[in-house]
Write a protein that binds this ligand. Sequence first.
Ligand code: ARG
Length: 458
Amino acid sequence: MKLWGGRFEKGTDRIVEEFNASISIDSRMYKQDINGSIAHAKMLGKCGIVDMGEAEIIIAGLLEILNDIEAGKVEFTIEDEDIHMNIERLLIAKIGDIGKKLHTARSRNDQVALDFRMYTKDTIQQVITLLIDLEKTIINKAEENISTIFPGYTHLQKAQPITLSHHFMAYFEMFKRDMERFKDCLKRVDIMPLGSCALAGTSYPLDRYMVADELGFADIAANSIDAVSDRDFAIEFASCCSILMMHLSRFCEEIIIWNSSEFGFIEMDDAYSTGSSIMPQKKNPDVAELIRGKTGRVYGDLITLLTIMKALPLAYNKDMQEDKEAVFDAADTVIACLKVFAPMLSTMRFKDEGIKKSLKDGFLNATDIADYLVNKGVAFRDAHAAVGSMVGYCIKQRKALEDLSIEEFHIFFGGIEADIYDYIELSSCVKRKSIVGGPSQKIVAEAIKKAKAYIDTL
Ligand code: ARG
């Protein structure tokens, strides 16, 4: 008979049983479920709701079940629907009638909310650890390339020279915000729902704070209806995952572009590239492409969760059983991507020749000539127009700006002197960008120092 079968005259149709069961998905929360039950049993014993000796037997039984599961000795069944009832059934089979007392003052509604929150908390910790690794990799790359002059782009058109380290540190900032977002999300996940029962709380004198302490929660849920109805913590988690994936996808897209023979900025390590089954010459950036692709999958998980929860009346509804798969998928995907992305990045090699070649054309120093003219007293708008004409002239003459002779410069502005050549050297253009937040080697070195100090606080 079902654990809830008292009022039923017939068994569940097999097709319903299969449809209704979530064990194939939620079995991965077995540890959270058992630890949650242990804390609940301890509290029931301490509060005198079950006999202390019985609580101890329940706890010992649960620990044995945990061992059995980890030793691969347990087969879950769809007859018992989900992880909660599977474990309860295993407990009763193991310790007999005393096991039937565990579910006193508890519902699967607060139980699943608890397990799911514990799972999400664990996952957030894992993601943060991986993000710290990634940030360290980025800092290393930035240090390696502290003075490498690199073309900065807007609209995927060459714009102004920067340091490669500055480009890396831009991603450091993005992933730092991602990390902060996960940490902030954790505050709202870290709320203990048990004691809310089905929706109306309970008349048993539970010690909810004791359970929260046992399980390492920061606080308890303030409203029993909200505690069993709310999945915004899961939505927030998926949203943090989505934003992180969006950042990863941008980095991957750049890596894919840099790796193309047209750009030729990087060489991916063989261990992080793949070949083609037909074209022998190919070495493809599949890992970066897959991460870019998996971003869509994580966005899908977020939309799944938002749509499941949309317009659901309070309190628990079975729709909510669909929430786990989306969170597990988002978590698995983010973790897998972070695990492969960091070593792919650290083994990637920048090709000086490719970068140097690219710096030669594209008039990256045009803005600096305008600044030079401004220093000579020209209004910026007029300087912009004059340099625009110089660029037009260079295009026709197939020259770079630095190839122009002083006489040619004078066609556009008589006040240009020989110091222009030093001034528009790409390295001096970058060196002058020493405003806080800028790309000069000196400023980036400071940013790296700050970044390291930040990582040390984590
Ligand atoms: N397997 C269910 C879920 O994941 C557990 C809660 C079931 N509660 C209920 N009242 N049917 O949502």
